[in-house]
Design a protein around this ligand. Structure first.
Ligand code: NDP
Length: 253
């Protein structure tokens, strides 16, 4: 197993994801968009899940134009998706690609930054649905497809507030704490009986729309782009990380 520093500086083989089917949530924008393009560049067949079909279509076109394996578009609003819709999605994926080698839970919403005392319960529920509930339901529904792969990798997206609760970060922080806990439980429940691995990644401050919303007075140019944090994502999705399970990785130092 590499050290966290080595993971951040990981240099992948150009064909490290060839033959792998990888689903990325929130693939239309921000880190998810770059992760989808990057996984395709390294050989994966990428399944693009997100709520804005036009953004997914743009990513699809970019992958095709770059000569990547033909991706799939899976439009889904994770805030409103029901258990039944998610089950149907799993059936569709099984029919189309048979198994899943990778699942990057990346879609997320920030909600509002405010004291819990004033936190709007409706926004609280929206954040928990996208960042946590849907993450659980998708993992559960896709579990048989992940088990069908020889060595599948599930990566949950956390945050620095996922390991350390922070005042005013409300539902976002609580959702990420819950995601870290869920990753741990999946690991414990599967490590003796499957070849699956579950890890969390904290991208760290990255130049995206969500970061700009959280830190409106920050100069985005001081932040790394999503492209710059991809080594850790590639490491976790590829077979170089077969011995890494139940860990939380920081994509930036
Ligand atoms: P962005 O806001 O740039 O992108 C979020 C993505 O999630 C978009 O593609 C968005 O779709 C999708 N999404 C949001 N809501 C839903 C929904 N209801 N259903 C389906 N898809 C949805 O965020 P980032 O790229 O910055 O963040 C990606 C992940 O990284 C998140 O989990 C975030 O918490 C985490 N993170 C980010 C950090 C940063 O500094 N950027 C730091 C720490 C963690 P659409 O484009 O259609 O809105």
């Amino acid at each position: 197993m590499l050290t966290h520093d080595q993971i951040r500086n990981f240099i992948p083989q150009p064909d490290c994801l060839i033959g792998k089917n990888i689903l990325v949530t929130g693939a239309g924008d921000g880190i998810g968009r770059i992760a989808a393009l990057t996984f395709a560049k390294y050989g994966a067949t990428v399944l693009l899940l997100g709520r804005t079909a036009s953004k997914l279509e743009e990513v699809y076109d970019e992958i095709e134009a770059a000569g990547g394996a033909q991706p799939a578009i899976l439009p889904m609003n994770l805030e409103s998706a029901s258990h039944t819709e998610i089950q149907q999605l799993a059936i569709l994926i099984e029919r189309e690609v048979g198994h899943l080698d990778g699942l990057l839970h990346n879609a997320g919403v920030l909600g509002v930054l405010t004291p819990l005392e004033m936190y709007d319960p409706i926004i609280f529920e929206q954040v928990m649905k996208v960042n946590f509930n849907a993450t659980f339901m998708l993992t559960q529904a896709l579990f048989p497809l992940l088990k069908s792969a020889p060595t599948a990798s599930v990566v949950f997206t956390s945050s620095s507030v996922g390991s350390q609760p922070r005042a005013f970060w409300g539902a976002y922080a609580l959702s990420k704490l819950a995601v870290e806990g869920m990753s741990d439980i999946w690991t414990q429940e599967t490590q003796k009986t499957t070849t699956l691995r579950f890890n969390c990644i904290n991208p760290g401050g990255t130049r995206t729309a969500m970061r700009a919303k959280a830190y409106p007075d920050e100069d985005p140019k001081v932040l790394p782009t999503a492209d710059e944090i991809m080594p850790a994502y590639l490491y976790l999705m590829g077979d170089d990380s077969l011995d890494m399970n139940g860990q939380s990785i920081d994509a930036q130092a």
